[in-house]
Design a binder for this molecule. Sequence first.
Ligand code: ZN
Length: 320
Amino acid sequence: MVRPALLTGLTLCLLPVYSWATPPRVVADIAPLHSIVAQVMSGVGHPDLLVQPGASPHSYSLRPSEAEALAQAEVVFWISEDLSPWLESPLENLAGSAQKVQMLELSATIGHPFREGATFESHSHADEDHNEEHEEHDDGHDEHHHGEHDPHAWLDPVNGKAWADEIARVLSRVDPSNAETYLQNAQAFQDSLDKLTVSLSERADRLEGIRFIVFHDAYQYFERRFNLQAAGAIALSDASDPSPARIREIQTLVSELGVTCAFTEPQYNPGLVDTVFEGSKVNTIGVMDPLGADIKIGTGHYTELLNRLMASLELCRPQS
Ligand SMILES: [Zn+2]
């Protein structure tokens, strides 16, 4: 690499100064993915973020600065069209020449099918089921979503690890001069996620048997990884408003399963949660947020997000 000191004054005037050091323009759609990209790019540059903290990625309008970031992007990492269907057209129209990587489409990504219905009871409460032959009633009546997978896949740290790999690979191709840094950063991040996963698993073990309801069906990746299953969700995984029938179903669940807490989300109407659980003993003070709206954007965001999800569930721990 040529150092500025080696160039004559004249050459310097003719060259865009430090152009060789310009990091690639990289955009990520949501804060947790942005955090993983930021980790991989540490020491090289900073990615731009599209969906600002506190907003829902399920429906969003780009601000001019975000549209501009897309237009300038060389690489765009985004979760999937199922998470943010509105993003498809700006990706085509503004970021036409950028390389676009849809994380849910990667072969290394673990994908879970959408859950239907307001209640998720299944294998996890086999203990109270009267040993019937296992009844598999959910296949076959799957409604048609446009995609096959629940898009909230970043909440499984195993996906976080796989994505760091892929991000490092893609950036190394776009910016070979920093390839080594990207790969080392990805490796360091993966090591830290391994440690985090162990500590979260230990915390989860102490929460066995908690019964909780989430606001929108966003957490199955986290639930499955750590063996903590929500009893149900008020809204579907696309965060659309629940029907009155769904709300009644949730209310029934509370008494049947002994649900002790329900979580609100900062992106959505908390009044709805109060309405659903009015008059019950369900604790609704906890907040669970799949996007970490109030966590500082950047390298530390992703691990903090996973830590906080577990901390929220710990509020639900039965007092003994
Ligand atoms: Zn969601």
